[in-house]
Design a protein around this ligand. Structure first.
Ligand code: FAD
Ligand code: NAI
Length: 464
């Protein structure tokens, strides 16, 4: 690869440069907390918006519109006391020795410009908040045929495909077996993503599609495949059981102790772990398959880990960090959110707390660096001195509970102090909690509007 074009650092030369990679939960929480007056802050992300993931499953069926849960990053950075620069690009490399990152323009930008597609940016402090990608475990066919549910374009694609399947299944003269295949929706992974997606899909079918596709909607089958003996491993067993029973009542077939071994274009191969000695393999035809089997590290995360001593960076999940969220084996690189290998679950709750902690920590560092620079030292020497003498408290996580939507206006809540709730009242709590957690009044208004629109007119079934 040719050497990337070095970019001149922007901003005030008496302040340290902070690069924040990613515009997700962890980075946004950091940006909300940090006092930017002491820093030259640059955010680099291929997405110029923050995505409110807890409501993403609702976008796959049109309960919510995509833009209702997106918040442009400039709405957030624009409110800071000192300006924050945003670069829309993929970070493809981090060089901890020279303290530079390499960024690459997004594909869309390449169509508008024909040079300067990559650049190098220097940093004094670096925060890696690039999240995770969908784990496929190297299972054949997943990348080619399955649909993921992590990004906005995933939800858009699923919504289009659901309508594709319904319209195609209604085509006259189609063989009944083909109709059944097209209307068989498979969800792989019984974690919260798979459960919430299956729940939204079932709502869509029962509340809207039955009305618009009376001939074919009754042939719809939703199957959730889970390798473990129960769904929702991170929830209490009483809530696992409640959810499984609720799904059964709502005609969502839950196949536990069943692992997917291969995904083909129109069928999925599963291995059923039965009590019998011989395990059985089955082929199940499907119309759409949604893959939600958890997280794996992004290429950038693995690439950085490989540059560091193996005895310090030996976790498949992501970057190993110390108590202060510093990446082990580096100077002044921090990792927060899903890309960090910590004892906590990969949730927005953890990412937000880590981002908030680091935002406060860096606000203090920035102030101290400014004082040392005021005494005549260079920014680089000041950063080293502040880092060396830091005696700040480490990060401590406070678990505030887990919530999940399970369909038919029901939700489950696993709260601290062994409080387990389920049902309609919990659904209202789930809704109000996430509504109040949305970052901006604009998003809150859009989400409320979408919910009202759905009650009054149902979900939109037009194809774009
Ligand atoms: P993300 O929010 O994923 O952000 C990563 C950012 O990095 C993105 O902006 C991305 O564009 C950017 N990026 C990626 N690659 C690069 C690169 N090479 N260079 C620069 N930037 C890059 N958690 C909960 O606590 N409660 C919930 O109800 C909940 N619901 C969820 C529902 C769904 C459907 C999903 C998928 C997840 C849900 N989660 C929930 C989990 C939660 O979304 C994640 O834990 C959280 O997003 C992690 O935050 P993050 O900042 O680490 O990563
Ligand atoms: P997950 O890791 O929570 O669950 C994945 C499931 O897939 C596991 O139960 C696993 O046994 C199963 N699985 C793995 N391989 C399989 C195979 N080959 N065949 C069949 N099943 C297989 O992943 P999920 O749901 O994607 O969530 C990712 C993270 O996001 C988690 O930390 C989760 O807690 C968080 N999240 C939280 C939500 C909430 O709190 N409401 C909502 C969505 C995600």
């Amino acid at each position: 690869m040719r050497n990337p074009k070095p970019s001149l650092p922007f901003g005030d030369p008496t302040k340290p440069h902070l690069l924040v990679l990613g515009s997700g939960w962890a980075s946004m929480s950091l940006l909300n907390q940090i006092d930017t007056r002491h820093w030259n802050v640059t955010v680099v992300s291929p997405r110029n918006y923050f995505l409110f993931t807890p409501l993403l499953p609702s976008c796959t069926v049109g309960t919510l519109e995509l833009r209702s849960i997106m918040c442009p990053i400039r709405f957030i950075t624009g409110h800071k006391k000192r300006s924050v620069k945003f670069v829309e690009a993929d970070v493809v490399d981090i060089d901890p020795q020279s303290r530079h990152i390499t960024v690459k323009s997004r594909q869309e930008s390449l169509e508008l410009i024909d040079k300067a597609t990559d650049a190098s940016l220097p940093y004094d402090y670096l925060v890696v908040g690039v999240g995770a990608q969908n784990a496929t475990f190297g299972i054949p066919g997943v990348g080619e045929h399955a649909n993921f549910l992590k990004e906005i374009w995933h939800a858009k694609r699923i919504r289009e495909k659901v309508m594709d399947c319904f319209e195609t299944a209604s085509f006259p003269g189609l063989h009944p077996n083909e109709v059944d295949r097209l209307l068989h929706f498979i969800v792989v992974g019984g974690g919260p993503t798979g459960i919430e997606y299956a729940a939204e899909l079932r709502d869509f079918v029962e509340e809207d599609l039955v009305k618009w596709f009376p001939d074919v909607a009754k042939r719809v089958k939703i199957t959730l495949i889970e390798a473990a003996p129960n769904v929702l491993a991170s929830f209490d067993s009483s809530l696992q059981l409640y959810t499984e029973k609720h799904f059964q009542r709502e005609n969502i077939v839950v196949r536990t102790s069943t692992a997917v071994r291969e995904v083909k274009e129109r069928e999925v191969i599963v291995l059923e772990k039965s009590k019998r000695v011989v395990e059985e393999t089955h082929a199940i035809p499907y119309g759409i398959l949604v893959w939600a089997t958890g997280n794996g590290p992004r290429p950038l995360t693995s690439k950085l880990a490989q540059k560091l001593p193996h005895e310090l960076q030996n976790q498949k999940r992501g970057l190993v960090v110390d108590d202060h969220l510093r990446v082990k084996g580096t100077d002044r690189i921090f990792a927060i959110g899903d890309c960090a290998a910590t004892p906590y679950a990969a949730t927005a709750q953890v990412a937000t707390q880590q981002g908030g902690y680091l935002g406060r920590l860096l606000s203090k560092y920035g102030k101290e660096v400014e004082n040392v620079v005021g005494c005549g030292k260079s920014v680089r020497d000041a950063c080293e001195e502040v880092d060396r003498n830091s005696q700040e408290k480490g990060f401590a996580y406070t678990h505030r509970g887990s919530l999940a939507y399970i369909g038919t206006d029901r939700a489950i809540a696993d709260l601290p102090g062994n409080a387990r709730l389920a049902g309609f009242a919990t659904f209202l709590f789930w809704r109000s909690f996430y509504l109040s957690s949305l970052f901006t009044l604009r998003n809150k208004s859009l989400v409320m509007f979408d919910w009202t629109k759905k009650i009054l007119f149902g979900r939109d079934i037009a194809r774009e």
